[in-house]
Design a binder for this molecule. Structure first.
Ligand SMILES: [Zn+2]
Ligand SMILES: [Zn+2]
Length: 354
């Protein structure tokens, strides 16, 4: 397997800072980088560390309304109040930080499209709740959607698969591509109330996009067993049917057991499994082209360890030196059998529509 991977960052990411008390910690990509540097991950000729240096704000217009962009800029200049209903504060620097993170994701897909790397990581990205004219859930600009629009426009990509493993529904990304043949798969906690309140089974896309939005809503407490089963039995066959030219992953890890915001019970076993699985599928289906963005993860130390772990797996490096060893977790048997039944119906339906 030919693997070339790159870790993208900018020191400006730190400007995406909502304050000391806010759960979103803007330095998680830096913690991840420190772990990887300590392990000398970049001292190989197939693994690179790349600083993002372009920050033209016109890129935002690929997805966002000009009025909304101005609103964010002005609110952040002012430096108080909220960009949404109360989750995403307007602070000085947030506009610049968000823009830098968007460019990280755009650069990432560009390097992949040019064939310079197979796997590119931008852990500063993955801000999946933002919509065309609104901020939501700590997300100001939807870097994932912008990167996809960039691939469509500049490189004429048509089949792009998004896999969103964050504990929350990837609602902004889904909404932007709901009527297009861009595959968006989101697997998340859902009960109708849990943020953002969307992502039920029956949201499958509309018009041209019918069948191209896939949602796998999970109740609280789901563990490694069911989550891995879903990857093997639903996500993998859907990807093989869709045949993406590139895979985009929102790799939020707030589904980790003990995360203060979510309530799923996944462990490093699941994340390790997903990394190996998607790595193999990417080489099988699309010359290894995977863009991995970050996302949620509100235990910063654990989040950084898991992100470092998946970076090493994709780069073909030894991951055993990262010290996250968890006991495998199991899902309540009644919950599991109920979900498996719905999953099977969903699988049949989606595969018939793609
Ligand atoms: Zn590879
Ligand atoms: Zn989340």
């Amino acid at each position: 397997m030919r693997c070339r991977s790159a870790f993208l960052y900018s020191d400006k990411y730190i400007l995406y800072n909502f304050g000391f008390e806010h759960p979103f910690k803007p330095y998680r990509w830096r913690l991840t980088l420190n772990i990887l540097k300590k392990l000398e991950a970049f001292n190989r000729d197939n693994v690179d560390l790349i600083e993002v240096e372009e920050f033209d704000e016109n890129i935002l217009r690929l997805v966002h309304d000009s009025k909304y962009i101005e609103f964010v800029k002005n609110m952040c200049k002012r430096g108080y109040g909220y960009l949404d209903y109360g989750d995403t504060p307007a602070r000085r620097g947030v506009f610049e930080g968000a823009l830098a993170r968007v460019w990280g994701s755009v650069k990432a897909v560009e390097l992949l499209a040019k064939g310079e790397y197979n796997h590119v990581f931008n852990f500063g990205g993955g801000l999946h709740h933002a919509g065309p004219n609104y901020a939501s859930g700590f997300c100001v600009f939807n870097d994932i959607a912008i990167a996809i629009r960039y691939l469509q426009k500049k490189y004429k990509y048509r089949r792009i698969a998004v896999i969103d493993v964050d504990g929350h529904h990837g609602d902004g990304t889904q909404k932007i591509f709901y009527r297009e043949k861009i595959l968006t798969i989101s697997i998340h906690r859902y009960d109708g109330f849990f943020f953002p309140g969307t992502g039920d089974w029956d949201e499958i896309g509309e018009d041209e996009g019918e069948g191209y939005s896939v949602n796998i809503p999970l109740p609280m407490g789901v563990g490694d067993d069911l989550y891995m089963h879903i990857f093997t039995n639903i996500i993998s066959p859907i990807l093989k049917k869709y045949l993406p030219q590139i895979i985009v992953m929102q790799f939020g890890v707030d589904g980790y057991i003990g995360d203060p915001l979510v309530g799923l019970r996944l462990t490093s076993n699941t994340y390790r499994y997903i990394a190996y699985k998607i790595h193999n599928l990417a080489h099988e289906l699309c010359d290894g082209k995977v863009f991995i963005a970050g996302g949620g993860g509100y235990l910063p130390e654990i989040t950084a360890k898991i992100w470092a772990l998946i970076f090493l797996i994709f780069s073909g490096l030894d991951e055993s030196s990262i010290d996250v060893k968890d006991n495998f977790t199991y899902t309540d048997i009644d919950v599991k059998s109920r979900i498996l039944k719905i999953l099977n119906d969903l699988r049949i339906k989606i595969l018939s529509l793609l």
